[in-house]
Write a protein that binds this ligand. Sequence first.
Ligand SMILES: C[S@@+](CC[C@H](N)C(=O)[O-])C[C@H]1O[C@@H](n2cnc3c(N)ncnc32)[C@H](O)[C@@H]1O
Length: 368
Amino acid sequence: MTTHTEERAAELRVALADGLEASGQLTDPTWRKVFETVPRHPYVPEFWALTGEGQRRVTSADPDWLDLVYTDDALATQLTDGVATSSSTAPGLMLTMLQALDVVDGHRVLEIATGTGYNAALLSERLGSHQVVTVEVDPVLARLAGSRLRRSGYTPLVHAGDGREGHPGQAPYDRLIATCGFSTIPAAWLEQVKPAGLIVCPVGWGTVCLVVADDGRAEGRFLPARSYFMAVRDAGTTGTPAHPGRPDATSGRLTGLELAAVAEDEAFRFVLSLVAPDTGFAFERGDDGLVTAVELWGTDGAWARAEDGAVRQAGPRPLWDAVEAAHELYVEHGRPGRERFGVTVTAEGQSIWLDTSSRPVPRAAATA
Ligand SMILES: C[S@@+](CC[C@H](N)C(=O)[O-])C[C@H]1O[C@@H](n2cnc3c(N)ncnc32)[C@H](O)[C@@H]1O
């Protein structure tokens, strides 16, 4: 990189930090200093940017590369069969999660989902590389992130493996942060984070902040921030349920639920992501812009399509029944925001609750 590039990048970081402070996403002066110090561009020499016309491939040879790198946007860095399977998370959301992690000097952190390595670089700058372990399921990405980190002067332990297992070899950790999406918090993590330690992890369309208790349970609420992470996956897969086409419906009935209320209410879509986990979702609009159809499908072959006041369903989970139940709960409790929901995890399993752990939210989870 030329000195000019580095100077311009430093200016852009300050401008982005100002913007993130103004929007309330960056509140901690220590993290501001870290953010201004660590460049993002060495980790994203090429990516796909979302534009009005779809996905555009951007490389460091493009004149707007640096400007796009220093925006508050997620940058897709790997596509598998057209599905993004790795990215650099939007900086505002990364900082929201890092601040929720509430680290102090001396803390040891396990990061799940190394991706580009940029978040590991921020953690290494804040705490020292030797305090950071990061796990990436894709061995090629792990290698690339490791070498980019080293070139920038950071040497956290980068492990190629399945983050659902954590990294017991270096446990215990004071903090665990995950940057891919989960429907269930892996029980293995509870054994690797110290009592009173924190776990910050995307669950559905939100991010939960759990406190680990002395008895090995972990419990906490969702952050208010919107968060949409790519799903945790096995190596070589996308983690996204493949659309099943148009299966033969095994049941059909009328539905009174307005399709726009399902498709266009972001707060409800978060609730739905908890109630019907591991589920693909799509909707269609007519020429007048109104929502005309909503479709859901699961990894287990469950499928539902609602249009013209009727719904057809197939497979082991009646997904539209779950949508209606979630909407009833949502309306009955005054359209609750993310921060009213919480998660309790024990070695035996996980429950998601509204306001208090004594009010569990029923889930229509995939069985296979
Ligand atoms: C949003 S990116 C992570 C962003 C990253 N923290 C950064 O700063 O660039 C999500 C990453 O999760 C990884 N991932 C998915 N499933 C995983 C698993 N089971 N274990 C570890 N990493 C996983 C993906 O390969 C992808 O690189």
